[in-house]
Design a protein around this ligand. Structure first.
Ligand code: ADE
Length: 214
């Protein structure tokens, strides 16, 4: 699931440029079970399956014996909500492990003893943590300087200053009578900047008032 994502688009380009390095590890490669199982029934007779300690512990041990990691993140709906400040912060780290949860979850002892950060990408339940890891990777990699052609463009993204981005337009200036705001054609840089800021504030106030309260 993750392989094609990591080799394409922004994340693929960042790797080709040598600005990021991403490795995908299959926990089945670390199991000692002859059927390559990584899950088992939960104690207490609860429903679902649980990922076992041993393959996860062995995988993390193998990785940490090769290099130091700043964070060992577990993707889970009960984790801290992922947002732009977290993406920015993670982009400054050198090495990160993202452990993708599956089934009912992972044995809680892994969370207690090995995980340094638990992250959710929203209040909904995914079948597995892979999509959450892909979302986080994209958001983190795109803010690494040099990944996006124009350095400014990641900084002017929505949320970088708790504001939504202003509307954006391209040619033609008049399409079927749908006109681009006059100010953008004026060439007056200061006025355009002011318009952009006012639009950002207005859109944030209307669409995401919670961001302004923050
Ligand atoms: N795994 C399952 N649901 C998730 C979510 N919302 N965020 C992160 N990881 C998850």
């Amino acid at each position: 699931m993750l392989e094609p994502f990591m080799t394409q688009s922004i994340v693929g380009r960042a790797q080709k440029k040598g600005l990021a390095e991403i490795h995908i590890h299959n926990l089945r490669d670390y199991t000692k079970d002859k059927h390559r199982r990584v899950d088992d029934y939960p104690f207490g007779g609860f429903a679902g399956m649980v990922m076992q300690c041993q393959p996860i512990d062995d995988c993390i041990s193998a990785l940490t014996s090769e290099r130091e990691y700043d964070e060992i993140i577990y993707t889970s709906p009960d984790g801290k909500q992922f947002d732009q400040p977290m993406a920015n912060e993670l982009s400054l780290k050198k090495n990160i492990i993202i452990l993708c949860g599956h089934y009912k979850g992972i044995d809680h002892r892994i969370r207690e003893h090995l995980i340094t950060k638990e992250v959710s990408i929203g209040d909904f339940v995914l079948t597995g943590g892979e999509l959450a890891a892909a979302v986080m990777t994209d958001a983190v990699v795109r803010v690494i300087p040099g990944v996006i052609g124009d350095d400014q463009s990641a900084l002017s993204d929505c949320f970088q200053d708790n504001l939504l981005a202003a509307p954006i337009y391209t040619r033609p200036a008049d399409y079927k009578g749908w006109k681009v705001p006059e100010i953008l054609l004026s060439g007056n840089e200061a006025k355009i900047k002011e318009w952009e800021f006012n639009q950002s504030v207005e859109r944030t106030r209307t669409l995401r008032p919670d961001l302004i309260d923050e």
